[in-house]
Design a protein around this ligand. Structure first.
Ligand code: MOS
Length: 722
């Protein structure tokens, strides 16, 4: 009898799709060979507010190869929201080219379809649009009177913050800002769409296929059954590919109108205005503590912006509701409609920015209290989520902080800024705590077991996606584990909306959801085969023997995993701690991040290798928030000044530090049966604060506005007490 092969889960194996990727065999949305395909390109507005008064397409349409120019005048009628400023959600309709109104710079005003990509691009330049231009609302300050509360979840309170502040011995009020940022995955947003006999088939770079299916179907007012989306591989998403954006709808419309498959690619420049961004956030923090360092009050008030015609906000204050034990807590969020495109989720929406404010403020409080910032956080630890009024399923934040401090050599830190100097360098150490919700959602998977040459092979099918995170690999590992066969015998097929439904890749729920869906499908396979073979459910029999004894050569089942009641009754979060060492040049303000230590507690790590690269990526993006990333808006016309990767700066290898990543061994069985929690967003969370706090420790200058550029650093004055 064959023994069960176990423990595929948890091994640091190479990506099973690695070879396909490095040899160029992995197919991304725009790479599928589709016969008879034509090319679409969007033309974008050159004003931020106003109305199109005329569009002249004659010259464009005369060009060789040009098939059609679509504008609001001849476009298909699409579903539009009845609301004035609907929320931008994962399933939102994405009407485009429906009216002459312009809400932001870069809005699509026309779509050119031609035989070749180059012909389409050239003809785009010949579309003549004239506008009646209004003065756009771009400046947050000038539009504060328009601030509104976006929804019922925006505000929260417990206790009485004012009373808590009054009874505190030490208080802090400080405002932090984070700029507009862009996700910019390496793979441009792209799609190939065929509309044939009322059915839509699209290869599209989307993170969540089932939601995208809904969005496309709703926009065209057709049944979801008539939509198929294929996203076999994605070259990154970072949230920008969560939603259906208008280019996908334009290509679908074009295909419907001309009766041929249409490929569309959003250019890198267009990705600044048409595929999402992180909004600017202004976060006002109020903290109060007694002499012992116990928080008495914590308030987190955020003001940011949305579009004039659509609403989205990243909930910066969420982290302040649950991270520390404070009896009095308040969170608010206000939005100001501006003539900029609607922002959307960018990696750890809310936490990445919210934790910068909270964890900077915690550092400021520790300094005021003359307490060690690690000890100050530990003192205010809570094992209950006071915001949700639920226990945490598990919370090893204190362990993350202690182990990280030890590994980093935190005891060498000087409390007094500017006390650690090395030649012209001011050396600083910084710490921050991280928490990110670790959701798990209903997930289905299909497993097909096949006997070939006396060996069992299995294929797993799910509509989940691999956005570069390693989904293929962890799905294979999980299937191998639960089927008791080697990983090399597992074939994983992801990214087809006709496969069983998953929540897709987003919000750090991918790994936990996919793994549990696969687990249930594999369990179901065993149950069914045992029933067929007359074997008792509890008997351990190898899959190969089961198939042999029941004379089955191929068997297919679907399984669905769902969160348990226990899960619902708990707050399920991943936790972490970041430590950074930064060297700042005394004279120039130039600085280098020398070392980073990240300790994470994220449940069972399915594959330490892919998990490690998730954290490295997160740390790099977190460092990017501090050293470089910002999208600059031209204040009069509302266009972005940073319009390419030459002027939108991201960290490069030379900017990065020595990085140590530690995962604490943990299995959170309340989170889900395998005990997996997400890490995709944990890695970026609070990184910025650890670096800013290190800069304070080095220089005595508190930098509350990201990014922290050398010139800002030179101009800043020393904080009180330094
Ligand atoms: Mo993430 S911002 O949910 O892809």
């Amino acid at each position: 009898m064959k023994t069960l092969e176990t423990s595929s889960i948890g091994k640091a194996i190479d990506r099973i799709d690695g070879r396909l990727k490095v040899t160029g065999m992995a197919k991304y949305a725009s790479e599928f060979p589709v016969e008879n395909v034509v090319y679409a390109q969007g033309v974008t507005s050159t004003i931020a507010k106003g109305k199109i008064t005329s569009i002249d397409v004659t010259e464009a349409e005369k060009q060789k190869g040009v098939i059609k120019v679509i504008t609001y005048k001849n476009a298909e009628k699409l579903k539009e929201s009845d609301e004035k400023r609907p929320a931008f959600t994962l399933t939102s309709v994405a009407p485009v080219l429906q009216s002459p109104e312009i809400h932001y710079y870069g809005q699509y005003v026309a779509c050119v379809v031609a035989e070749t990509f180059e012909q389409a691009q050239y003809a785009c330049r010949l579309v003549k649009v004239t506008y009646e231009e209004d003065k756009p609302d771009i400046d947050l300050d000038k539009n504060r009177s328009k601030a509104f509360k976006p929804d019922d979840q925006a505000d929260y309170s417990r206790g009485d913050v004012d009373a808590g502040m009054q009874s505190s011995d030490v208080t802090l009020e400080a405002t932090y800002t984070t700029p507009i940022e862009h996700q910019h995955p390496m793979e441009l947003h792209a799609a190939i769409v065929s509309w044939e006999n009322g059915k839509v088939k699209t290869y599209a770079s989307q993170q969540i296929l089932n939601d995208a299916k809904t969005a496309i179907a709703d926009t065209f007012m057709i049944s979801e059954d008539n939509v198929q989306i294929i996203a076999a591989y994605l070259g990154g998403g970072f949230g920008s590919k969560l939603n259906v954006h208008k280019h996908l709808i334009m290509a679908t419309m074009a295909s419907k109108m001309i009766g041929r498959p249409v490929q569309i690619t959003v250019t890198r420049q267009q990705m600044f205005t048409n595929t999402g961004m992180r909004q600017f956030d202004e976060q006002k923090m109020r903290l109060g503590a007694n002499k012992k360092g116990e928080l008495q009050a914590l308030a987190h008030h955020t003001t940011s912006h949305c579009a004039t015609d659509q609403m989205y906000y990243e909930a910066c204050g969420n982290v302040s509701k649950m991270l520390y034990k404070t009896p009095n807590n308040a969170v608010t969020h206000r939005l100001i409609p501006l003539n900029l495109q609607v922002p959307n989720s960018m990696r750890a929406p809310g936490e990445a920015t919210g934790s910068f404010a909270l964890e900077s403020a915690m550092d400021e409080m520790a300094w005021k209290l003359k307490m060690d910032p690690v000890e100050f956080r530990i003192k205010n630890d809570t094992q209950r989520d006071l915001g949700a009024d639920k226990p945490f399923s598990s919370r090893l934040l204190v362990e993350c902080l202690r182990i990280g401090a030890d590994k980093f050599g935190w005891s060498e830190r000087k409390m007094q800024p500017r006390a650690n100097q090395n030649g012209n360098w001011l050396v600083g150490y910084g710490v921050s705590a991280a928490s990110r919700r670790a959701p798990y959602r209903k997930t289905s998977a299909r497993v097909i077991a096949d006997m070939r040459n006396g060996e069992v092979y299995a294929t797993i099918q799910m509509d989940g996606t691999d956005i570069g995170t390693g989904s293929y690999t962890i799905v294979a590992q999980t299937a191998a584990e639960y089927l008791g066969i080697p990983v090399k015998n597992i074939n994983v097929e992801l990214g087809d909306s006709d496969f069983p439904v998953t929540p897709g890749s987003g919000g750090s729920w991918g790994a936990a959801s996919y793994a549990n869906g696969v687990r249930v499908a594999c369990k179901n396979l065993f149950s069914k085969l045992k029933q067929n073979a007359g074997v008792a459910e509890e008997d351990e029999v190898a899959l190969e023997d089961l198939m042999k004894s029941s004379k089955v050569t191929s068997y297919k089942v679907v399984g669905t995993a769902e969160p348990s009641e226990e899960y619902e009754n708990h707050s399920v979060f991943s936790f972490g701690a970041n430590f950074a060492e930064v060297w700042v040049d005394k004279d120039t303000g130039m600085y280098r991040i020398k070392r980073m230590v990240n300790v994470g507690s994220a449940g069972k790590i399915l594959n330490p290798k892919t998990a490690y690269s998730q954290i490295i990526g997160g740390l790099t993006m977190g460092a990017g928030m501090v050293i470089a990333e910002q999208t600059q808006v031209e204040p009069h016309h509302g266009n972005f000044i940073t319009r390419s990767l030459a002027d939108y700066h991201v960290p490069v290898n030379l900017d990065l530090a020595n990085i140590d990543v530690v995962f604490l061994p943990e299995e959170d069985k309340i989170a889900n049966e395998i005990g997996v929690k997400g890490i995709g967003e944990l890695g970026i969370t609070s990184v910025a604060a650890s670096i800013a706090n290190a800069i304070f420790n080095a220089t005595g200058k508190r930098m509350r506005d990201l990014p922290i550029t050398p010139e800002k650093l030179i101009e800043a004055s020393l904080e009180a007490g330094v």
